[in-house]
Design a protein around this ligand. Sequence first.
Ligand code: NAD
Ligand code: LMR
Length: 339
Amino acid sequence: MFSARQIFAQVQRRGFAASARQSSKVTVLGAAGGIGQPLSLLLKLNPRVSQLALYDIRLAPGVAADIGHINTKSEVRGYDPTPSGLAEALKGSEIVLIPAGVPRKPGMTRDDLFNTNASIVRDLAKAAADHAPEANILIISNPVNSTVPITAEVFKSKGVYNPKRLFGVTTLDVVRASRFISQLKNTDPANENITVVGGHSGATIVPLLSQAGFNLEGEQLDQYVHRVQFGGDEVVQAKDGAGSATLSMAMAGARFAESLLKAAQGQKNVIEPTFVDSPLYKDQGVEYFASNVELGPNGVEKIHPVGKITDYEQKLLDVCLKDLAGNINKGIKFVKENP
Ligand code: NAD
Ligand code: LMR
């Protein structure tokens, strides 16, 4: 256990380290939503962030006024839902997080969100390509397996696509996988780091428990994998029509943004699983894939292969790859037909 004094000293050290770097503007599109608000709060607490730009089709100036009173150094600004407001929110941004869009209700899959969220993400991606073409773009809006390819297609159509700067945020799967194994094994979840590969929905979420040295078997293994793959449904059902995971997602999104900022500052060995344009399974028609990715000042530094896995995990991966190809192609086709 850390004492309050130790925690305070750690925060001060982090603040000092952060003050030594150039300033980092971070933009949240969808900042007034269930994820957007706590995510913006966590980013306001991050000393590596110097400017926080909040944009939404409603309430962003209010959220910014509220968060802006917190006594950390970053400047917070909320933008009106106009083309110029969106442009200003994006200009000069180093990281753009996109949690804009509708969440699931019980009985829905993430793919059921496609019809609404595909055009929201496409239009925000167009603005990002125009006003922040060099930013790291972090896609949270579901279905991530399709919204990441949608964003890539938009950037390609505008001639500014950089595959090293586009990330589907799958951190919540890693957070869950680590938490759930700690509950089974009675360990400290902070010390668990289970690699999760594939994509971000149902069977495309593949936790690689064996790589962390765990060997669950039989029903216990099936139940664990199912819980990681369908952890989102647990929250959707518990919220009973009021949405999906927001608070744990805000933590996961803030963690991923923090990792990118650390890597941009020159910290080495910053590794997060994330859904990126990946060479790993392109020969099987899968253009994007989540695996451990080393982050650096240019975004993606190195994409790690999946590595040694068990026969059981290989079977999960085979199913994942089949589903993923369909989700990805759906996103690509959407932009081609609805530019
Ligand atoms: P929410 O409805 O609470 O918030 C969404 C926000 O987006 C709202 O404030 C809305 O006004 C805003 N918005 C809608 N259209 C917009 C536009 N064109 N421009 C800017 N803002 C716009 O939903 P939520 O719970 O915050 O979830 C948001 C999305 O994140 C959903 O698609 C959900 O499925 C997804 N999600 C992803 C993960 C993940 O792990 N990647 C986890 C949880 C939720
Ligand atoms: C999650 O994993 O919690 C999110 O993708 C939201 C959802 O729809 O489950």
